[in-house]
Design a protein around this ligand. Structure first.
Ligand code: ADP
Ligand code: MG
Length: 282
C-alpha cells in the first residue's frame, strides 16, 4: 500500500467541446494527515482539480482525461463515483446549493442511510458529526434557517458522516461573512489537528493557507507552478506575481522590512510569527 493517500500522475483534462486543456500535466501526491491548499486566480483550475479527486471528472462531466488519479488506492477513472464518495468527502463553495433535506439531522443521516447503515449507528454518527462542527443541539432545525457559516459546517458534517479518508473543500468560505468564515476555518483546523484528516482546500485566502496548510500548490492556466511549504511559496514574490496570488499581509510586511535591509531571522507568514518578528525588532 502506497504511503500517500492521493497520487496524481501526468493528469491533463479537457472539458467536452473545449479546445483548451483545463489541467495540464499535473503531478501531485498528498500524504495522510496533510492539508494542501490549492491557490491561483479564477480559471486557474482549482475546481477542476477538486472534481478530479472525487471522480465527478471524468464520470459526470465527460471530456478527455489523460494521466492517472489514485485516491485511497482507487483509480478514479475506473471506480464508480458512489464508491469514491466513501473515500472522498466534498464541500462546495455555495452553502445554499448543497443542502437538500428538511432537518439538520436528516442532512447528516442522508449518506449513511443510503448505505443502509443500522439506525443506532446513524444516530451516533449524527451526534458525532454535529459535535465536530459545533452544531450539537441543531438536530431538529431546518437547514434553511441556519446562517451561511452554519450551513457550511453542516455540509462538512454531512461529508464527515461518510467517514471519508480525504476531505476536499472548494473555496468553502468565499461566500461567507467574516464570522461564518472563521467558524468554518476553526472546524477545518480541528479536523486536521484533532482528527488528522487529509484535506485539500481550494482557496483565495492566503491568510488561511499560511495559518494551516502544510503545502500550498499554486496553479496557473491548469499547471502547477509550485507546490511547497507556505513559507517558501509566500516569500517568492515573482511566483505570486505570476500567479496573481496575494501574499498574506504579515508576509508582505516581512518582505517590506527585508527590502529595507533589516535581516529577519525567519520569514513570518502568519500572525503569531509576525508578533515574534515585531518583538525581536523592538
Ligand atoms: N464546465 C466547463 N466547461 C468548459 N470549460 C470549463 C468548465 N468549467 C471550467 N472550465 C474551464 O476550465 C478552466 C479551469 O476552471 P476552474 O477549474 O473552474 O478554475 P478555478 O476553480 O481555479 O477558478 C477555465 O479555463 C474554465 O473556463
Ligand atoms: Mg473554482
Amino acid at each position: 500500500m502506497a504511503a500517500e493517500l492521493i497520487r496524481i500522475t501526468g493528469l491533463s483534462y479537457r472539458y467536452p467541446g473545449s479546445k483548451k486543456w483545463a489541467l495540464q500535466d499535473i503531478n501531485l501526491t498528498v500524504a495522510p494527515g496533510e492539508l494542501v491548499a490549492l491557490m491561483g486566480e479564477n480559471g486557474a483550475g482549482k475546481t477542476t482539480l477538486c472534481q478530479c479527486l472525487n471522480g465527478i471528472i471524468p464520470h459526470s462531466r465527460g471530456g478527455r482525461l489523460k494521466g492517472r488519479v489514485m485516491v485511497a488506492g482507487l483509480d478514479t477513472a475506473t471506480t464508480l463515483v458512489a464508491r469514491l464518495a466513501l473515500k472522498v468527502g466534498m464541500v462546495l463553495e455555495d452553502p445554499e446549493t448543497q443542502l437538500f433535506t428538511t432537518l439538520v439531522k436528516n442532512e447528516v443521516a442522508f449518506g449513511p442511510e443510503n448505505l443502509g447503515r443500522p439506525a443506532g449507528e446513524i444516530r451516533r454518527t449524527i451526534t458525532w458529526a454535529l459535535e465536530v462542527v459545533g452544531l450539537q443541539g441543531y438536530e431538529e432545525r431546518p437547514p434553511a434557517a441556519l446562517s451561511g457559516g452554519q450551513k457550511q459546517r453542516l455540509a462538512i458534517a454531512a461529508a464527515l458522516a461518510m467517514q471519508p479518508q480525504v476531505l476536499v473543500l472548494d473555496e468553502p468560505t468565499s461566500q461567507l461573512d467574516p464570522v461564518g468564515s472563521s467558524e468554518v476555518l476553526a472546524v477545518i483546523r480541528d479536523l486536521k489537528e484533532r482528527y488528522g484528516l487529509t484535506i485539500v482546500i481550494a482557496t483565495h485566502d492566503s491568510e488561511t493557507a499560511a495559518a494551516f496548510a502544510d503545502r500550498v500548490c499554486v496553479l496557473k492556466e491548469g499547471r502547477v507552478l509550485a507546490c511547497d511549504s507556505p513559507r517558501v511559496v509566500f516569500r517568492d514574490r515573482e511566483l505570486l506575481r505570476q500567479a496573481w496570488v496575494r501574499p498574506p499581509q504579515v508576509a508582505a510586511l516581512a518582505d517590506y522590512i527585508q527590502a529595507r535591509g533589516v535581516d529577519l531571522a525567519g520569514f513570518p507568514i502568519n500572525l503569531p510569527e509576525g508578533r515574534r518578528m515585531v518583538t525581536e525588532l523592538l
